[in-house]
Structures are given as structure tokens and as C-alpha cells.
Design a protein around this ligand. Structure first.
Ligand SMILES: [Zn+2]
Length: 390
């Protein structure tokens, strides 16, 4: 049984450098696995990715743990029995510490205020998700967010306890699994008591800010997205850039963005409806100039607007006993078409038309649309000799 790795991160979450003895090194197909007698590298655990950094000049990309033995995934070999100098990426570690401690506050408050249990936590590269068993309303979530930020302003010292199994049995603490040994409790007084092995900040004030974002129904509870600390500041920055951009484009003040946008959108919809009416009127007017024909009447238009073309085709079909095929030029010998027949089943005739004019398209009932690869003359010539019958 290999010896368990001494967890230096348990003693001081802020230490960034250490020395250790290399116990074993194993080559794998994409690098090396190193086990040390002690380490500052926190492994993949507790819903978050591991620390990264260096052991001498070997890059540590991932750290895993099994049965208390911590394995460092590195890109260069180390000599067994040698002393190595390790350093962790503290920017990444601190981000994890801020988000992780923020999760304790939020989950602890959901339990304390509403009695809802936390059943999941994931600290991803984009944001953090917390899964809560319960059905909090938007208002409930805002209440927890306000209390969580109050806990930050109160700058509460965070305490770590290592009770014996007997001592722990007399305590009420949050834990997703039953723990039989090495119990480590993280206490945020008046907020939360939780079994946890991860590094945390010393005081709640270091989290800076907690912002709860969208939530969705998930596995009988809710999944809440959250930003803490520097992540929350970066998110604020991105959102401020976005709202500034929109406010500037619409000549609005930031504080009037919602009302201003609603007015803008209403006017946009009104203009859209007016434009639609105008296109239809123009199409109806143009259709008046179409002359009567027997069979399917091919018509060529300069316009490409679909509203105009459809309305024009609907009005023009009255001028022919079988219907119309309105074509709009797309390129050299390329036309998009809309075919509308008078009480004829389009599916019976479309294959013949597409085959004759190297076309593709589809439709049902009395109308179809698609493209022809043919010249204007070829299209006119085809329809002059084609008479569909039901
Ligand atoms: Zn924790």
C-alpha cells in the first residue's frame, strides 16, 4: 500500500512554493505520473479542477487522487528519490478558493433559510453551478444573494476543524457523503458548517462579491449559475461593455436602457408591419400589369424580397388558369422560384418541372419553391408547352 501524500494545502491555502521528495515516476503514453511524499497541488476533487503549475521545469497539467495518494500528471520525467521544487499557479488556485468559499456561503444559506439541501457543485472555466434540492423563486434567490453579500461585508473569519469521529457525530454539518475518517469541517460562523477537503479563503471579505445568475429546473431541484470574486468583476466588465454599446447605438442613457429598448422595439415592430403592408401593396399594384395566359404563367421579377414575391405570385395567379411560377434571378442562369397553382396538386407536377429545368425544391398543397439552373428563355419555352392537369 503506497503511503498517503501529505497535503500541504490543508495547512496553508496561500502557500505557493514547496519542496518534496519524489517517491515514484511512471511513464504513460502522453507524459509521466509523479507521486511525491508531500504536495501543495490540490487534486481534482470537491467539484473543481486541480491546481496546475510546475515541479522543477516539468509542467503539471492535472493532479488526481486515489486512496489518499496524490498523482501529478507532468510532461517531463523526474528522478525518483530526488528533491523537487514545486510551485502552483496561484491565480487559478485563488479563483477556485473565491468560488469554492462562495459556494459554501450560498449553499449554507439555502439550507439555513429555506431548508434546501445542496446536491451538486461544479466549478467550470466559465462559471460555477450549484444544484439545490428545492423550488426557490426568483425572489428567494435574490434574498440569498443579498444575505451572501452581507456575509462578505461582515468579513467573517473561516475556521477549519478536524474533529474525531465521535465529536463529529454530535455535530450537524452538511456533507454529500458519509465520512468515516479524516473529517475536515469548514465553518463560516452563523452561515455554514460543511465537510470539505478543498482550500478556502481566510475571511469571507476576500470573495469580494457573489452574483447569482440564471437558474433552471434540474433533477427535481434547481441549478443556479453563479459568479464570485474576480470572476464577478470580469463578468460585470463584459456586461457593462455590452450595455454601453447598446445604449450608445440607441442614443440612450445606461439607466434608461430597459424602457428605452422597449420603446425602440415597439417602434421597430410598427415599422416592420408598415413595411410589410407597403411591400404587399407594391406587389398587388405590379400584378395588375400581368397579362392573361393559359397554362402556368412564368413571371420574372427584379425584386428578391420574399414578402413581395409571395404576394405578387398570389395576386398574379388569378391571371392564369393553372397558376404562376415567379422567378427571381440569383446568378448566371440561376433563378429562385415560387410556384403557386390554381387548385392543382403541386406534388404531381413539380418533379417534371424540376427535371426539365435542372431544378431543386419542394412543396405541398398548391405551392412550391426552389431553384432552377436554366436561362430565362429555357424557362419561358418550357412553360409555353407544359400544361398540367390533375
Ligand atoms: Zn469547501
Amino acid at each position: 500500500m503506497p503511503q498517503k501524500t501529505v497535503k500541504l494545502f490543508d495547512l496553508d491555502a496561500y502557500q505557493t512554493e514547496f519542496t518534496a521528495e519524489v517517491l515514484s515516476v511512471e511513464k504513460t503514453k502522453d507524459g509521466y505520473l509523479a507521486v511525491l511524499d508531500r504536495t501543495l497541488f490540490f487534486p481534482e476533487e470537491a467539484g473543481q479542477s486541480s491546481d496546475t503549475g510546475y515541479l522543477d521545469d516539468a509542467a503539471v497539467s492535472r493532479v488526481t487522487v486515489k486512496d489518499g495518494v496524490i498523482t501529478h500528471h507532468i510532461d517531463k520525467p523526474l528522478s525518483p528519490s530526488k528533491q523537487v521544487f514545486g510551485r502552483i499557479d496561484f491565480a487559478k488556485r485563488y479563483r477556485n478558493m473565491q468560488n469554492h468559499t462562495g459556494e459554501h456561503i450560498v449553499s449554507g444559506l439555502f439550507k439555513k433559510v429555506f431548508g434546501f439541501d445542496n446536491f451538486g457543485f461544479h466549478l467550470g472555466s466559465a462559471d460555477v453551478t450549484i444544484d439545490i434540492m428545492g423550488e426557490p423563486t426568483r425572489q428567494d434567490i435574490l434574498q440569498i444573494e443579498a444575505l451572501a453579500n452581507q456575509a462578505i461585508y461582515d468579513n467573517i473569519p473561516i475556521q477549519i476543524h478536524y474533529p474525531t469521529l465521535e465529536e463529529a457525530q454530535g455535530l450537524s454539518y452538511r456533507s454529500k457523503i458519509e465520512i468515516k475518517e479524516d473529517i475536515r469541517l469548514v465553518e463560516i460562523p452563523q452561515i455554514d458548517l460543511c465537510a470539505c477537503c478543498a482550500p478556502h479563503v481566510r475571511r469571507t471579505g476576500e470573495i469580494g462579491m457573489i452574483k447569482l445568475l440564471d437558474f433552471i429546473h434540474y433533477k427535481g431541484g434547481v441549478r443556479i449559475h453563479m459568479h464570485c470574486g474576480r470572476d464577478a468583476l470580469h463578468d460585470y466588465h463584459k456586461r457593462y461593455e455590452a450595455t454601453s454599446h447598446i445604449a450608445q447605438a440607441l442614443s440612450l442613457k445606461q439607466g434608461e436602457l430597459i424602457e428605452g429598448f422597449d420603446k425602440f422595439y415597439q417602434s421597430y415592430e410598427e415599422r416592420g408591419a408598415a413595411l410589410y403592408e407597403w411591400k404587399c401593396a407594391l406587389a398587388r399594384e405590379k400584378a395588375k400589369g400581368v397579362t392573361q395566359k393559359v397554362g402556368i404563367l412564368p413571371l420574372f421579377v427584379e425584386e428578391s424580397d420574399p414578402v413581395f414575391i409571395k404576394e405578387f405570385a398570389l395576386c398574379a395567379k388569378e391571371k392564369s388558369d393553372c397558376g404562376v411560377c415567379v422567378c427571381s434571378r440569383k446568378g448566371s442562369n440561376q433563378y429562385s422560384f415560387i410556384l403557386i397553382l390554381n387548385e392543382l396538386d403541386v406534388s404531381k407536377h413539380l418533379p417534371t418541372i424540376l427535371s426539365a429545368l435542372s431544378g431543386k425544391g419542394g412543396g405541398r398543397g398548391t405551392s412550391a419553391q426552389g431553384q432552377f439552373s436554366a436561362t430565362e428563355e429555357e424557362i419561358i419555352s418550357f412553360f409555353s408547352s407544359f400544361t398540367p392537369v390533375n
